[in-house]
Design a protein around this ligand. Structure first.
Ligand SMILES: Cc1cc2nc3c(=O)[nH]c(=O)nc-3n(C[C@H](O)[C@H](O)[C@H](O)COP(=O)(O)OP(=O)(O)OC[C@H]3O[C@@H](n4cnc5c(N)ncnc54)[C@H](O)[C@@H]3O)c2cc1C
Length: 651
């Protein structure tokens, strides 16, 4: 039986959201304070949701595992946030942003959600300006824009290379105001370990205090998960070291379907891997592709000479360089979407043109020579100064003088918990926002659209849809987690799980397992996948999981700070999620967006979709321990968009 109802409102695409808002149920102001909402996560999605729900009068409990809500991973976002304001007057519209997003996602996202996202995008910028976000401005003082991949207009608002940080400071100040007013209570350094379901509805969470190790439960009439993405399943990624998929995975095991887990974004411009002991990769923002040109040497001998340090990139003349993106995709050039740019880099390095002296010879150049000649160093410094500084600190190379070395790396997960139009999961009362939901980005997210989606979810969608859900919940009295049996049962399960981990007393560190999992994932479920590799990944992960439970060693105790225990609990979930990612990729016998199956490609090496069989969201249901997941489908219908093969060669 298909249990998926996306609850898309009636009416024409452009009227759907207005129709929804006109007819949704409301909660009277005096009743709002009788309703508790738990918001897990204080990144852009969670902080925006908690601040907005608090301002509306609901009683909000806000959780994060960092020591301060403002340290959430969103702070790392560099390049910018999209909106269809059309300030540069270059032809942008709400429809065009919607169109670019659906096309960028290779026609694997839900039309109605994406249209709403484009529609509210402009409100986010107004909200940010009202909060005092220091968005970049042009000489005349007006908000400035730059370009990101997959669009022929400039619609990206930015605050140098620190857009996420500035937006998060805005959301955090809005949150603080609600804390001061008593509408929001925050619980930092508190990790949600499980979700509590009472009579089929999400009613709370069980959490571990990361300082004392205490296990406590919290009640909410509704629960929001805004817990971010699971890119760290690959061990090496651009995500913050703590980012994990555990809260979403626990919700999944309690009944929330997991959608499109294999849709992962590999970002084309990261600093290449250096060696075996690295635990983190660094992003070089996509904004750099506005002015930087990507190339490799035309001749393999030159590539080898550069790798061996016998030649410098500056020694190669224009004729000796292959600006392969400009050559292959004349219309979009260096600004093709991320999946296309990443695959093109892999194609060149696989063919022997890589320029970095690492084990796989993986690296290409991102060169600012022409931009500096055209615009002057000052302009480039004003646009990207902090990114250039960061690059120089890490590599000891000066990118004003010599091209940056870059290569694709895991960056973002388009998969996540399945949600309907209201952002509600298949567990009633459990809402999911930001990168944690399966999102509006289909099989590939366009740059600067994650911040847009997280803030749209938190500031402009959830405040309506949660209210609609809570309207008939005013009759439900607050539950006491100390006496309600469902809370007690899950608390006991959590304690048992922790004891089990502490008692394995094996010989291997958590990181050694995580690293091994990461290698399996990168080699078989990474930029290029095939049936053989995916089956191998499934098997290897199962084997590794067994070993994990036999040979894991966690030093210290569980009743205090224990970062190894924290990591072990997260890696245990990655070891299950990783297998589902491989399974999802195996069943999807087509290529689309970031999911590239080598068996399904065009003669030119581009992704070959199979719309008849796969134009759907795959939503996986957990069927119990050691049982196979059940695959459900949400068919995707496009009424306002003609589904085509993506083309970035001509406009
Ligand atoms: C280096 C980098 C640069 C980027 N630049 C851009 C950009 O320029 N533009 C753009 O649009 N996107 C960008 N992105 C993507 C974007 O930053 C993220 O997708 C987005 O910030 C995610 O926001 P979020 O609110 O969904 O989650 P996060 O910011 O990841 O927040 C997750 C929150 O959940 C909490 N949490 C998680 N699990 C638990 C748990 N079990 N218990 C308690 N709390 C929990 C965490 O403490 C945290 O507060 C970038 C990503 C990276 C890695």
């Amino acid at each position: 039986m298909n249990k998926l109802d996306a609850k898309i409102p009636e009416g024409k695409l452009k009227d759907k959201w207005s129709n929804y808002k006109d007819k949704q149920n409301l909660v009277n102001p005096a009743n709002k304070r009788k309703l508790d909402v738990i918001v897990v996560g204080t990144g852009l999605a969670g902080a925006a949701a908690a601040a907005s729900l608090g301002a509306m009068g609901f009683k909000v409990k806000s959780f994060c595992y960092q020591d301060s809500p403002r340290r959430a991973h969103s702070i790392a976002a560099q390049g910018g946030i999209n909106a269809a304001k059309n300030y540069p007057n270059d032809g942008d519209t709400v429809y065009r942003l919607f169109y670019d997003t659906v096309k960028g996602g290779d026609y694997r996202s839900r039309e109605a959600n994406v249209y709403r996202l484009a529609e509210v995008s402009n409100n986010i910028i107004d909200q940010g300006v009202a909060q005092g976000i220091p968005f970049a401005r042009d000489y005349g003082g007006l908000l400035d824009n730059r370009s990101f991949g997959g669009a022929l207009v400039s619609r990206t608002f930015y605050a140098r290379g620190q857009t996420g940080q500035q937006l998060l400071l805005g959301a955090y100040s809005a949150l603080n105001r609600q804390i001061a007013d008593g509408n929001v209570v925050t619980y930092p350094r508190t990790e949600i370990m499980d979700i509590v379901i009472v009579e089929g509805r999400a009613r709370g969470v069980v959490a571990r205090d990361l300082i004392t190790g205490e296990i406590n439960s919290y009640f909410g009439h509704a629960v929001v998960l805004a817990t971010g993405g699971y890119g760290n399943v690959f061990f090496l990624s651009t995500n913050a070291m703590g980012s994990n998929g555990s809260a979403a995975w626990k919700a999944h095991k309690r009944g929330a379907f997991f959608a499109n887990p294999s849709y992962v974004q590999i970002h084309p411009t990261c600093i290449p891997v250096h060696g075996e002991f690295q635990s983190k990769l660094t992003l070089m923002s996509e904004s750099l592709r506005n002015d930087g040109r990507i190339w490799v040497p035309k001749k393999k001998e030159d590539a080898e000479a550069i790798r061996l340090g016998k030649k410098r990139p500056e020694d190669l003349s224009e004729e000796e360089r292959d600006y392969y993106l400009e050559r292959r995709y004349p219309a979009f050039g260096n600004l093709v979407p991320r999946d296309v740019a990443a695959r093109a880099a892999k194609e060149r390095t696989d063919a022997g043109f890589g320029i970095e002296n690492n084990p796989n010879k993986e690296g290409v150049f991102l060169d600012f020579k022409h931009a500096i000649e055209r615009l002057g160093k000052d302009v480039i410094e004003a646009r990207y100064g902090n990114l250039f500084q960061m690059y120089e600190k890490i590599t000891d190379d000066d990118p004003y003088k010599t091209p940056m070395k870059i290569f694709p790396a895991v960056h973002y997960t388009m998969g996540g918990l399945w949600v309907d139009y209201e952002l509600q999961s298949t567990i009633p009362g459990l809402f999911v926002a930001g990168e944690a939901n399966f999102s509006d980005h289909g099989a590939n997210r366009l740059g600067a659209s994650a911040l847009m989606q997280g803030l749209a979810d938190g500031y402009f969608v959830l405040p309506y849809t949660i209210q609609n859900y809570l309207a008939d919940q005013i009759v439900v009295p607050r539950m006491d987690p100390k006496t309600q049996k469902e809370f007690k049962e899950i608390e006991d399960e959590v304690r048992e799980r922790i004891n089990k981990f502490m008692n394995i007393k094996g010989s291997r560190s958590v990181d050694s397992f995580h690293k091994e999992l990461g290698k399996i994932m990168w080699n078989n479920v990474g930029m290029a996948r095939d049936a053989e590799g995916l089956k191998k990944a499934q098997e290897s992960i199962r084997k590794l999981r067994k070993e994990f439970y036999n040979d894991l060693r966690i030093p210290g105790k569980s009743d205090g700070i224990n970062t190894e225990l924290e990591k072990a609990l997260r890696v245990a979930d990655f070891l299950e999620l990783g297998e589902l990612m491989a399974t999802d990729a195996l069943v999807r016998e087509e290529s689309c967006g970031g999911h590239f199956r080598t068996e399904y490609q065009t003669k030119e090496g581009e992704a070959l979709r199979k719309d008849k069989e796969f134009m759907h969201v795959a939503a996986w249901e957990y069927a119990g321990e050691n049982k196979e997941h059940i695959r459900h489908k949400e068919e995707l219908q496009y009424e306002e968009i003609e589904v085509k093969t993506r083309n970035y060669k001509t406009a």
